[in-house]
Design a protein around this ligand. Sequence first.
Ligand SMILES: *Cc1c(COP(=O)(O)O)cnc(C)c1O
Length: 377
Amino acid sequence: MTFTDQYLAPTFQGLVAGRVFNFNGGPAALPLPVLEEVASELLNWRGTGMSIMENSHRDKKVVAMALETEELLKELLALDSSWKVLFLQGGASLQFAMIPMNFAPDGAPCDYVNTGLWSDKAYKEALICGAGAKVAASSEEAQFTYIPREFDFSPGARYIYLTANNTVRGTQWHTFPAGTKAPLIADMSSEFLSRPVDLSNFTLVHAGAQKNVGPAGLTIVLVRTDFAETGKKGLPHLLDYRTYINSDSMYNTPPVFAIYVASLVFKWIKNTIGGLANMAAINTNKAVKLYDAIDKSGGYYRGTARVDSRSTMNITYRLPSEALEKKFLAEGQKCGLHGLNGHRSVGGIRASIYNAVPDQAVDCLIDFMKDFQAKNA
Ligand SMILES: *Cc1c(COP(=O)(O)O)cnc(C)c1O
């Protein structure tokens, strides 16, 4: 029996309760035990007689849950007291505007490293906000297939902005610029909590939750409070980081349900996985075997990112033709391999293997790839 035949056989035990293996780029897979816990206490959260969604955000239990979530995150990331964790809305995309509005107002200089769609959007948003934004490095000339290593940073830059993991192009920073004069700011949306990171040179990190942390509608911001204090004064409240700092993210109604799910994900990383070092080892193992399958296919599958810049989260590759890619996606879907299409701006194949994507999903994908190649080469 081939992989596909076996997979489609009614006796196949690879899927849990009819669920697919989810390789979505975002919103993306969540850990199964987290979803089960959400389901188990959906109707009556912590004895309140109602769901978490129906509780007031001023209720003591909800306030405690949000503070506990912040503490869990600080513990996972080993953040000291110079940092504050904020829960915002507006997605990673609102951060593209809030960062320059606060920290590079009135034409102040700031540097951007352009590694693809999301950093380009952040740069252009900074220009709209009136920042003196400059592209200090770019890999555009090579279709964003690598992370630049040479930078033309401005002397007086207020910050250096980069995208830690490029969700669309499948590239990732393995080491961040060191010894820069200006502090680093990073969009870590699609790699948040996938590995331990040394944040000593960073001053702000933001991440939309829906890639690696929880439901859409929540954006996590880590910011040093002394840096936040340097922000422009007089901005509308919801665009000023101080508003969130001074209210523990409760100035207005926060996305309570999304924070709650994120708290369960943080607990899962801490208690079941055993922390970020273990998470990174699991993620590296998944990525290595998938890249291996690509590299050992005799050129049938071709990775799009340069080897030294490959992402452990988004594995992007091509087949010999677009027609074969279409067939690959359709047959994969029939086998319960969902969301393997590349970002609509680039096409091809993208397997997003975030924290919650199990080893078994990657093994099935690799088996499917071998089977597909044998039949279609
Ligand atoms: C998905 C993504 C975004 C956009 O996030 P929104 O929450 O939809 O605004 C920004 N940056 C990166 C790196 C992403 O992967």
